[in-house]
Design a protein around this ligand. Sequence first.
Ligand SMILES: [Zn+2]
Length: 325
Amino acid sequence: MVKGKRILKVFIFSLVILLISGCSKKINNKDANSGKLKIITTLFPQYDFVKEIGKDKVDVSLLLPPGVESHSYEPTPKDMVDIKNADIFIYTGEYMEPWAKKIADNIEGYDLIITDASEGVELLEGHGHEEDEHEGHENEDHAHDHSGKDPHIWLDLIYAQKMIDNITVALTEADKENKEFYIKNAEEYKKQLDLLDKEIAEALEKVNSKKVIYGGHSAFGYFSMRYNLEFITPYKGFSPNAEPTPKMIIELIKNIEDAGVKSIFYEELIDPKVAKIISSETGAKMILLHGAHNLSKEEIESDVRYIDIMKGNLERLKEGLGYEE
Ligand SMILES: [Zn+2]
């Protein structure tokens, strides 16, 4: 059953590669109709970064549909065709999107710039495979296992700037005419992120408790290292797919009671059932901590930006951890 599924996936993937490599090359880099660079990104952060760098000179789209959980996302055949027709395809990295890395490895010679936004960032090591935790419920797809290294670099405002540098290289390569424009926008945006980084560092230096009880998957490893916080979560992996065991949840509830913690943070776009259980057992208040992988339909409609998410997280961390001016 499991094996059959894997074979089918390999087959679909080969078909897609065939589709991509068999098509004729584009004549130039810009869309013939709009004159804009056509860019496709996997996750929300790089989508928003492209908008900041490219402004009206790019036509950027986000592969993930609104509200979709990103770790379990598999590209559709239409996604593959869209990627083929783009000038630039930007993914987070091989641990977030192993399928994108395969495209990158197989597309040599084609007129499409593929950017690994994490290039040059030293990724944190993970906890290794967790299959033994789930007896009789083996991880169905190893290509899906993201527990190797932590892909959540966008939640670190310094690494986010490295992503912006990588994206800027792609834009300036694809559209040399507007090179100065992209570089200038990127520099201005990075300055804003630098200021926000300092604001977050100063505020989190002063919170009453550095312990963040998190009912979501391990997305804040880089963030917690940058700002000296301690994240405690019953999830073991870098993806919400491997849910915590009852034993881990019970242990966490005990920790919360012993430490007198008053807030439990929960993640975006997923039913926060783990956080709800912990909250109802301990009376801890539930507060959202947004991992920015993707946005809900409502957030997209109200034009929420990456900086808004990070500022919102800061405010809610201050509320949950205790903060006095
Ligand atoms: Zn994640």
